[in-house]
Design a protein around this ligand. Structure first.
Ligand code: NAG
Ligand code: CU
Length: 246
């Protein structure tokens, strides 16, 4: 009986942390495989300090293979999120791919590198290629949950060929009304863009550096006076620069 009670309490404690990890890529509908070409930690914990030295591609990376994923400019791309490495944490995991409370945007950045398999993650110049925030009361995270962990976007058709780190970032805003309360989840994939694009980016930013703790999309109360997480019907200002336009 005691043991059962303790494990029930542990279960509840774990359920409180409905975090997430980006760990799989699809290109033009082809699943590239679990952790193939994605650098990931084993921990699903967020970073909450926008000045964290590991804000680009997360810390304590445990998974880092030599795969470089080919993406033709213009391809549809999917980024798959799971609660923990592998997806669900046990049976009936209601917090997979992420706890439903974790409303917020999902963004994709690229940084050009010499060799995506081995590139260091500091000192890079990042540009944004995709972003989704809040529309019609639905957050990017809501769509990702409805889509079984997949966040789909298009590799812009004008992106110049070359190796890039592709940083996919989700911000959970459920406690973002306190400074330092926003939760940042990010991993980087190793990709090689092909095609005849000529756009090597613009509006470059650094990580850390791109965000401030009090940016309007980071220090924010997303609840209306009834507690609905709809930003009280106001538009949501997605952090960082706008994506490139082709
Ligand atoms: C998103 O991409 C995944 C992986 O390719 C696919 O299974 C899913 O159907 C796509 N979802 C939508 C809504 O396009
Ligand atoms: Cu969480």
């Amino acid at each position: 009986m005691k043991v059962l009670q303790v494990s029930a309490m542990l279960g509840a404690a774990i359920a409180v942390h409905g975090h997430s990890i980006f760990q799989r890529v699809s290109v033009a509908g082809a699943d590239q495989g679990q952790l193939k070409g994605v650098r990931a930690p084993s921990s699903d914990y967020p970073i909450q300090n926008v000045n964290d030295a590991s804000f680009a591609c997360n810390k304590n990376i445990q998974y880092h293979d030599n795969t470089v994923i080919e993406v033709a400019a213009g391809d549809p791309v999917g980024a798959w999120w799971g609660h923990v490495i592998g997806g669900a944490q046990g049976a009936n995991d209601h917090d997979n791919p992420i706890a439903a409370s974790h409303k917020g945007p999902i963004m994709v950045y690229l940084a050009e590198v010499d060799d995506a398999a081995t590139a260091a993650t500091t000192g890079l110049k990042w540009f944004k290629i995709a972003e989704d925030g809040l529309g019609n009361g639905q957050w990017a995270v809501d769509k990702m949950i409805a889509n079984k962990g997949w966040h789909n976007f298009t590799m812009p058709a004008c992106v110049a060929p070359g190796d890039y780190l592709m940083r996919v970032e989700l911000i959970a805003l459920h406690s973002a009304q306190m400074t330092g309360g926003a939760q940042f989840y990010m991993e980087c994939a190793q990709i090689r863009v092909t095609g005849s694009g000529t756009n090597s980016g613009s509006n470059f930013v650094s990580f850390p550096g791109a965000y401030k703790a009090n940016d309007p999309g980071i220090l924010i109360n997303i609840y209306d006076n009834k507690g609905t997480p709809n930003n009280a019907g106001k538009p949501y200002a997605i952090p960082g620069p706008r994506p490139i336009k082709c």
